[in-house]
Design a protein around this ligand. Structure first.
Ligand SMILES: [Zn+2]
Ligand SMILES: [Zn+2]
Length: 400
C-alpha cells in the first residue's frame, strides 16, 4: 500500500473512532470496529479473556536470517520465534468536545481528548503494513489494543491474561500535543510519573451556621488541610526532586446557613519513585489527621497508587531513535512529564519504550479543544511497523 492510500484509509478510520468515543472499560463498539477492520485484513485475533479491547497476532517466518526449514530445532526458541508487542490504548475521557470538526464526538460528554483514537488508528495501520509483509517477519508481533488506560486498570487486565508472558520487547506510542505533526520525541529513563490518588473524608458535627461553636466544622478543617499541605512540596521536597500534589475535588454542604457534618477532599500525588510517592502520602495523611484532631474532626485518609512511573530501556530507546532517524523522521528528546501512563506496568515486566509523535494540537491533552493533526497517522504506523520488524530481526539474530 503506498503512503497516500494508507494515509487516506487511516484518516477515514480515525474519523470514525473520533466520532464514537467510549469511556474506560466500556469500549464495546470501539472493540467491535477494531475487530472488524483487523478481520477484514486477515489478521488473527487472539481468544483471550478481555471484556473490551483485544490482542491480535501476526506470525512471520520463524527466525529472521534463515529460511524456516534450514534452522535447527532449539528448545530455547519459542515456537513462534521471538515475540514483540506493540501497544495502543483505546479509551476516551468524560470531556465535552468544543471543536467544530465535522467528525466531532457524537457521544455527549465523552471525547477522545487524549488522542487514543489516533493511537488505535496508527496501530491498525501498523497491522495492515505488517500483515502485508508477514513472510518477511522473523518472529511474532502482538498488537495490543488496550482498554481503560485512563485510570481503569487496562494494562493490568492485559497482563493478567498472560498474553504477554512470551514477549521480549514492547513499544507504545502517544500523541504529543505540543510538537509539530510527525516529530518523534523519546528519551531513556522515566518519562511519565508514578501516580497516587488520595481521598480525605472529614467527619465533624453539623448544625446551624449561626451557632458554629456548637458544631465541629469540617469545612474550616478541610481548608486548613489544603493550605498546610502546600508545604509538603514547597518545604519538605528537595528542589531537585520532581513531585506534585494537587487537590482536585472538594465537596461539603448543600446550602448557605447549615454547617455540614462531613467534607470530602480528593486529589493526586505524583513522583518518579514509589518511595517518594509513598512519602508524599504519609506526610499528607499526617497533616490531615492531626489538623482534624486539633479541630475535633475525625479524618479518614485513603490513597492508592494508580500506576508506577514509566521507564524507557536505554538501549531500546537508542534503537527507536536510530530507526526513526534512518527513516527520515525528526527526532528530539522528550522531557519527563508528571502525567501518568499505565504502559509503565508492561515495562516493569518487559523492556520497552514509550515514544511520542507530534500532532500539533492547539490545546493540550485532556482539553476539550484538543485536536490531533491527522497528517501524522501514516508516519506513526510506519514507524511502529519498522520497530516491530527491526526488533524481530535483531532478536532473531540473537536467538540464532
Ligand atoms: Zn490521558
Ligand atoms: Zn493518553
Amino acid at each position: 500500500m503506498n503512503t497516500d492510500a494508507l494515509q487516506s484509509q487511516l484518516e477515514s478510520y480515525f474519523k470514525w473512532f473520533h466520532r464514537h468515543p467510549e469511556l474506560s472499560n466500556d469500549e464495546h463498539e470501539t472493540t467491535a470496529r477494531i475487530r472488524e477492520i483487523l478481520t477484514g485484513a486477515g489478521v488473527e485475533i487472539l481468544n483471550i479473556p478481555l471484556k473490551t479491547g483485544l490482542v491480535a497476532r501476526i506470525r512471520g517466518a520463524r527466525g529472521s536470517s534463515a529460511p524456516a526449514e534450514s534452522k535447527a530445532e532449539s528448545h530455547s526458541s519459542p515456537p513462534d520465534g521471538p515475540v514483540v508487542a506493540l501497544r495502543s490504548d483505546i479509551d476516551a475521557l468524560p470531556v465535552t468536545e468544543i471543536s467544530c470538526l465535522d467528525y466531532a464526538s457524537e457521544q455527549s460528554g465523552v471525547m477522545h481528548a487524549c488522542g487514543h483514537d489516533f493511537h488505535i488508528t496508527a496501530l491498525l495501520g501498523t497491522a495492515l503494513l505488517l500483515q502485508a509483509e508477514k513472510e518477511n517477519l522473523g518472529g511474532t508481533i502482538k498488537l495490543i489494543f488496550q482498554p481503560a488506560e485512563e485510570g481503569g486498570g487496562g494494562a493490568q487486565q492485559v497482563l493478567d491474561t498472560g498474553v504477554l508472558d512470551d514477549t521480549a520487547e514492547i513499544y507504545g506510542l502517544h500523541t504529543a500535543a505540543e510538537n509539530k505533526a510527525g516529530v518523534i520525541a523519546v528519551s531513556p529513563g522515566p518519562s511519565h510519573a508514578a501516580v497516587g490518588a488520595f481521598r480525605i473524608l472529614l467527619r465533624g458535627v453539623g448544625g446551624h451556621a449561626a451557632y458554629p461553636h456548637l458544631c465541629k466544622d469540617p469545612i474550616v478543617a478541610g481548608a486548613q488541610i489544603i493550605n498546610a499541605a502546600q508545604t509538603i512540596i514547597s518545604r519538605n521536597t528537595s528542589p531537585f526532586d520532581q513531585a506534585v500534589l494537587s487537590f482536585t475535588h472538594t465537596e461539603a454542604g448543600s446550602n448557605w446557613n447549615v454547617i455540614p457534618p462531613e467534607a470530602l477532599l480528593e486529589g493526586t500525588t505524583r513522583a518518579f519513585s514509589v518511595e517518594k510517592l509513598t512519602g508524599l502520602n504519609e506526610q499528607l495523611k499526617h497533616i490531615a489527621v492531626h489538623t482534624g484532631e486539633v479541630n475535633g474532626i475525625a479524618v479518614e485518609y485513603e490513597w492508592h497508587m494508580n500506576t508506577i512511573s514509566t521507564n524507557n530501556d536505554p538501549a531500546l530507546t537508542a534503537f527507536v531513535s536510530e530507526t526513526a532517524k534512518a527513516m527520515g523522521y525528526r527526532v528530539q528528546p522528550r522531557l519527563p512529564g508528571m502525567g501518568g501512563e499505565d504502559f509503565a506496568l508492561y515495562q516493569q515486566r518487559i523492556p520497552g519504550v514509550f515514544w511520542t509523535i507530534g500532532v500539533g494540537s492547539p490545546q493540550a491533552l485532556h482539553h476539550p479543544g484538543f485536536i490531533a493533526d491527522t497528517a501524522a497517522l501514516s508516519a506513526a504506523s510506519r514507524l511502529m511497523a519498522a520497530l516491530g520488524k527491526e526488533a524481530l530481526r535483531r532478536l532473531g539474530a540473537i536467538i540464532l
